[in-house]
Design a protein around this ligand. Structure first.
Ligand SMILES: [Zn+2]
Length: 90
């Protein structure tokens, strides 16, 4: 994830982003930033995701059982992490 001010990459699992509280501080420029959900990206991406789960989930479940729900969870988690962006906190 890129800092909106200094363009430095802040790791998604870095200490700075995993602090408690809504507002985080960029470790490079000390700007107060906030993690926001990119709604447009979420809406555009969720439609194929729903179709995917309708058409792929049933055969997957019968084939892999529990493993497929873990897989869907991982896909959803990756997808949500991609839809997150950093915004400067005024
Ligand atoms: Zn920064």
């Amino acid at each position: 994830m890129k800092c909106p001010v200094c363009e430095n990459n802040i790791g998604f699992f870095s200490k700075a982003l995993n602090k408690w509280g809504k507002y985080k501080t960029c470790p490079y420029c000390q700007t107060k930033i906030e993690v926001a959900i990119n709604l447009k990206f979420l809406v555009i991406g969720i439609i194929p995701l729903i179709f995917f789960s309708i058409f792929a989930l049933n055969p997957l479940v019968s084939k892999f059982g529990m493993f497929s729900s873990v897989l869907i969870g991982i896909i959803a988690g990756v997808f949500i992490s991609f839809s997150l962006k950093l915004e400067k906190q005024e």
